[in-house]
Design a protein around this ligand. Structure first.
Ligand code: ATP
Ligand code: MG
Length: 424
């Protein structure tokens, strides 16, 4: 097994100013290539922190990847520090320098003096070209001194330095690091499948799937659960020769146990599934959203090709908008209140007629923190679906913070449509 460690440098990460997306992106890419990261750490841009982290990782791992700190400013010290630590001299690389010249010439800008450091390369390093910026990445082979380590392992370790900006790091990883990894290191057989479910809480999901998977787990299958707003992911992973078989067998069992509660696989979102189904069935959709404030429309319009089936949505936040645009009756509002089964049904039917759609979803609820009552506590939501044969309404209690409330409610509305479309 190749041990891989990841070190993300940057004081902005420690201050919470920037989300450490490299952590997720690189771990994911590496896993897909058959290298599972065994440890990951983020450190500030100080010499002591970076040096200590690199030294520790090199003592454990075969491949160490650092991110950030290759640029021209005073806080960019990764290259110099690592060269110094490993006793490598830095020399100016003429080809890199020329590329940086070209980078600025192409943009009609004078090359800043500070970028000189970016053309400095530690002796013996492999240069990983940067197609979207100036500082190249660097790969260093480090041959452990057997006298010093006292070990008789094969000894060779690798250190790869990647730049901080994601739009530079990602293409560099795909274009330069991936082929290098294939050449230098033997990947582990690794398989991963995520089954995404909705409508069942995470502990119940575990109670349902864990017992029938026990035999596969004994054979090396690993199960992970990830609860998200309105959804639970079941992740099956395995490594070694039988990885693919274990994961495939596990998948069959989970599919059987969770059945129609599985809405998709891996990165698939419920809105993609719904748009695909509607497209296949040549049906259209309209929305009337109150408490979700357009969150459902946002999710649907994230899907390329949504325009074929999504006719539009109304954010009818006020009673007035519900009446004038959707035709919700004054009597209904007075008799039952805006958050009610009856109003939800009239909203759905109203927007379906107004936009001439086959299906229409409507949501009305109390997001909180104020506005709840004994009979309608904060979190009360009515979801309605108008379809060619009528209207159905579902009541939910989503007592979360406002943001989670909107996400969960949007998920439930899309789920109501998904299961209805399954039956057609
Ligand atoms: P530059 O040449 O732009 O200075 P650099 O290699 O020196 O690049 P940093 O200065 O460490 O990299 O980071 C540059 C920018 O990249 C940061 O401001 C941040 O927006 C982004 N960045 C750095 N590290 C991460 C990370 N782990 N996750 C997401 N974004 C990051
Ligand atoms: Mg920088």
């Amino acid at each position: 097994l190749v041990k891989v460690e990841l070190i993300n440098t940057g004081s902005e990460l420690m201050l919470g100013r920037v989300l450490n997306t490299h952590q997720q992106w690189l771990c994911r890419r590496l896993a897909d290539l058959g290298f599972v990261v065994t440890r990951q750490v983020a450190v500030a841009d100080t010499a002591r922190d970076i040096q200590q982290a690199v030294q520790e990782s090199l003592s454990r791992a075969t491949l160490v990847i650092t991110t950030g700190g290759l640029g021209p400013t005073s806080d960019d010290i990764t290259r110099e520090l690592i060269a110094q630590m490993l006793g490598r001299r830095l020399h100016e690389d003429a080809a890199v320098s020329r590329q940086i010249d070209e980078f600025f010439a192409h943009r009609n800008r004078p090359r800043p003096v500070g970028t000189h450091v970016e053309s400095m390369v530690p002796d013996g390093a492999i240069v990983l070209p940067n197609h979207y910026g100036t500082a190249p990445g660097l790969a260093l082979a480090i041959d452990a001194d057997p006298a010093k380590t006292g070990s008789n392992e094969s000894g060779r370790k690798w250190l790869i330095m990647l730049p901080g900006p994601p739009r530079e790091l990602r293409p560099m990883f795909d274009l330069a690091v991936t082929p290098w990894l294939h050449r230098e290191l033997k990947p582990e057989f690794f398989a991963c499948r995520t089954l995404r479910s909705t409508g069942i809480g995470e502990s119940i999901v575990q109670e349902m799937v864990a017992p029938p998977l026990a035999a596969l787990v004994a054979a090396g299958l690993e199960i992970g659960y990830c609860a998200r707003p309105g959804a639970v992911d079941v992740r099956l992973t395995a490594s070694g020769e039988s990885a693919a078989r274990l994961v495939a067998q596990g998948q069959t069992i989970v599919e059987k146990v969770l059945g129609k509660n599985i809405f998709g696989y891996d990165d698939e979102e419920i809105e993609q599934v719904v748009i695909r189904r509607l497209t296949e069935q040549k049906q259209t959709l309209a929305l009337a959203e109150s408490c979700t404030g357009g969150a459902i429309a946002h999710r649907l319009t994230n899907v390329p090709g949504a325009s074929v089936v999504f006719r539009g949505g109304i954010v009818s936040y006020s009673n007035d908008a519900k009446q004038t645009i959707l035709g919700v009756k004054t009597e209904t509002l007075l008799a039952h209140g805006a958050v009610s089964e009856e109003v939800a049904a009239e909203m759905a039917a109203g927007v379906r007629a107004a936009l001439g759609a086959d299906y229409a979803l409507a949501v009305t609820g109390i997001a909180g923190p104020g506005g709840g009552s004994e009979s309608k506590p904060v979190g009360t939501v009515y979801l309605a679906l108008a379809f060619p044969g009528g209207v159905k309404v579902k009541k939910q209690l989503n007592a979360w913070d406002r943001e989670t409330f909107k996400q969960v409610t949007a998920q439930q509305a899309l789920e109501l449509l998904r299961v209805t479309l399954l039956k057609i």
